[in-house]
Structure formats: C-alpha cells, structure tokens
Design a binder for this molecule. Structure first.
Ligand SMILES: NC(=O)c1ccc[n+]([C@@H]2O[C@H](COP(=O)([O-])OP(=O)(O)OC[C@H]3O[C@@H](n4cnc5c(N)ncnc54)[C@H](O)[C@@H]3O)[C@@H](O)[C@H]2O)c1
Ligand SMILES: C[C@@H](O)[C@H](N)C(=O)O
Ligand SMILES: [Zn+2]
Ligand SMILES: [Zn+2]
Length: 350
C-alpha cells in the first residue's frame, strides 16, 4: 500500500486549504484505517475553509479536513474487536465520553465532552483516514458510497423531521441548503403533505422541487406566511422545520405554524434572535424542539433503513461529484456561492 496520499489540509490559519501529500496514518489502539470510498462537504467544512470566527476559535492547523464518509476498513488497530478488514463503514462524527451526566442518561448527542473528527482532529478528505472504532457504523454492502457518506447529515435531517408526527401533516421547511434538501427528502419519504419550502435562491428552489417539495416560495419576493395560509386554507402548517439559520425565517415560520403545532429547529443563527415569545410560541402552545447531532445510535438505524427502502430521493440532492481532490477549490467556491446541493468526492481516481 502507498505510504503517502493526497489530502485536503487546512495548512494555515487563513482563508482556504491546500491539497498536499501526507503520510498514510497508522491506526492506534481502538482505531481503524479506512480506504475512503466517498466523502462529502458539510457546511462546517466550508466554515473551516473560510476561516470564520468559530473556526478560528476551534481549529488547530495543520489538520486534514472533512468528516462525512464511506469507506472500507483496511487495517485494524490494537484492541479493536468490533470491526474487521473488509467491513464497509460510515462514521458518527461525534466522539462522546460515555461518562458525563448526559451520556449516563443515554443522551450521547448532547455529551458535554464531545470531540468531532475533522474538527478537533484529522478528518477524512484523503485517500485513507483513521476512524475511532466506537464511531463506526457498518453499512450493507449494496449501499452506494455516495449515499453512505450522506448518512451523517441525513441524521441531522432525520432528527429534525422525525422529532414528532409527520405523515400526512402539512409542513413548512425554511432553507433548502444541503441540509434542508435532505430534510425535504426525509419529509416526503415519511408521508408529509403538503411540503412547502421557503428559499430565496432560485437554484435551490428548483432543487427543492426535484427532491419533492409540493410548493416553493421565494421569501424575498413574496410573504411566505400568506403563502402558507393560502395553501392551508388559513390553518397554518402542522409542522415547521427550520433549516436556514435566518432569524427572519424563524419568525415567519412561527407565524405560519398552526396553534398547537410542532416546531423543530436545526439551523444555527448567526446572532441572538429577538422574538415575540408570548404571541408566537406561548399563546399558540407550540411544541418546540432544538435539534443537534444524531441520537446514538437510533438515528443511524432510521437513516440506513430509509436509504435501503429506496424511498429517499437523494439523487437530485447530490449536485456535484468529483473524482479525486484536484478540483477541490472549485467545489468549495461553488458551495460558498450557494450553487450546490451536496458535493461528493471519490478520492480514488481509478
Ligand atoms: N444543529 C445541528 O446539529 C446542525 C448540524 C448541521 C448543520 N446545522 C445548521 O443547519 C443549517 C443548514 O445547513 P446547510 O448546510 O444547509 O446551510 P446553508 O447555509 O447551505 O443553507 C441555508 C439555506 O437557507 C437559505 N435562506 C437564507 N435566508 C433565508 C430565509 N430568510 N428564509 C428561507 N431560507 C433562507 C439560504 O439561501 C440557504 O439555501 C445551518 O444553519 C447549519 O449551521 C445545524
Ligand atoms: C460537525 C457537524 O458539522 C456535524 N455535521 C454534526 O452533526 O454535528
Ligand atoms: Zn457536518
Ligand atoms: Zn459524555
């Protein structure tokens, strides 16, 4: 096996990243080495690439980027008895402590000592990568690598959409970025109707329709609250799923939700948000959920089954596929410009 490999590395504390030759790592105790078959870009990778305030406070270059992955185990480190060479895996990115109050209540998704690979340590934008065995998820052999790598963000979408009843429920999704698009796919596969999507980008509204949205609205040109009221005969939606992180979308979504309805919030807001809590949440008796990460490991079972059911319309979500990493800068710039859904790399060119 090769001793060196190309990897997308955050080399400096500045905008961008570099494609460099690095050593193929050796798995330590409790780790496995995988051959990366597919890996996809997350919004968090973009923040690291752009070197925003959050990245500056958390990332310690030089570091291999990336955390969404599908790969084959090619070497097993000391003490690993749950995996063997040839296993086809994806990975939960949150490395949890198992010891804190949250973990001891089986709330691993909110472990207070969470570390994330590709964020707090080297990641998977490389031909080979290390995965902690405790974070590996075994995939069925037949699952396409381009779907298997999407399971981690799909887990975010599944926890958002399935935080309450969804079948047959009128649903508003704000934001059709990569996560919102996955949310649309999950909502449609789960029987939501009608699914109304509010998204300012025309490109992404078109993608939303391809994935299965029943209605789309441009919130910068039309009032999405009036739009929802018209579609729902004045009732408002039963379910509001926030995937944009835009404060305005949150307010509009709350206004468009029917009294007694359910609100699940995944988008991260860039600043504190001011809201009329009394009229928008309390007097409407809304059920509000904050969503983070994935439930371990219930969410992974659901995601894997949804993919295997064939009911998730993922192909339109994957807008860009790259063999190798040579064009990684183009991929990141397209994503920055909002001209993509999910972007998938297949690191091995052969
Ligand atoms: N809670 C978690 O665990 C978790 C995990 C992953 C991502 N996230 C967050 O989820 C959100 C979605 O992720 P993404 O990668 O799809 O982000 P993204 O920035 O690519 O997508 C956001 C979309 O919202 C749209 N938008 C902007 N203003 C809007 C408005 N007023 N109304 C409706 N839509 C509007 C944008 O055009 C864009 O298409 C982000 O805020 C991200 O930080 C949270
Ligand atoms: C790291 C972050 O981007 C990851 N997708 C999560 O769910 O937490
Ligand atoms: Zn991520
Ligand atoms: Zn913990």
């Amino acid at each position: 096996m090769a001793e060196k490999m190309p990897a997308i590395v955050k080399t400096k504390p500045a905008y961008g990243a570099e494609l460099v030759e690095v050593d193929v790592p050796k798995p330590g105790p409790g780790e496995v080495l995988i051959k990366v078959l597919a890996t996809s870009i997350c919004g968090t990778d973009l923040h690291i690439y752009e070197w925003n305030e959050w990245a500056q406070s958390r990332i310690k270059p030089p570091q291999i980027m990336g955390h969404e992955v599908a790969g084959e185990v090619i070497e097993v480190g000391p003490g690993v008895d749950t995996l063997e060479v040839g296993d086809y895996i994806s990975a939960e990115t949150h490395i949890v402590c198992g010891k804190c109050y949250a973990c001891r209540h089986n709330r691993y998704h909110v472990c207070q000592n969470t570390k994330i690979f590709g964020v707090d340590m080297d990641g998977v934008f490389a031909e080979y990568a290390i995965v902690p065995a405790q974070n590996a998820w075994k995939n069925p052999k037949g699952m396409k690598p381009e779907y298997a790598t999407l399971q981690e963000p799909l887990g975010n979408a599944v926890d958002t959409v399935l935080a309450g009843p969804i079948a047959g429920r009128s649903t508003l999704i704000t934001g059709a970025g990569p996560l919102g698009l996955l949310g649309i796919a999950v909502a449609k596969a789960s029987g939501a109707y009608p699914v109304i999507v509010s998204e300012p980008s025309e490109f992404r509204r078109e993608l939303a329709k391809k994935v299965g949205a029943d209605y789309v609205v441009n919130p910068f040109e039309e009032d999405p609250v009036k739009f929802v009221m018209d579609v729902t005969d004045g009732a408002g939606v039963e379910v509001f799923l926030e995937f944009s992180g835009a404060p305005k979308a949150l307010e509009q979504g709350l206004k468009a939700t029917t009294p007694g309805g359910r609100v699940s919030l995944l988008g991260l807001f860039p600043r504190d948000v001011t809201l009329d809590f009394n009229n928008l949440i309390i007097f409407k008796a809304l059920e509000v959920h904050g969503i983070t990460g994935r439930h371990l490991w219930e969410t992974w079972y659901t995601v894997s089954s949804l993919i295997q059911s064939g009911k998730l319309n993922l192909d339109p979500v994957i807008t860009h596929k790259y063999k190798g990493f040579d064009d990684f800068e183009e991929a990141f710039e397209l994503m920055r410009a909002g001209k993509t859904g999910k972007v998938v790399f297949f690191p091995h060119k052969g």
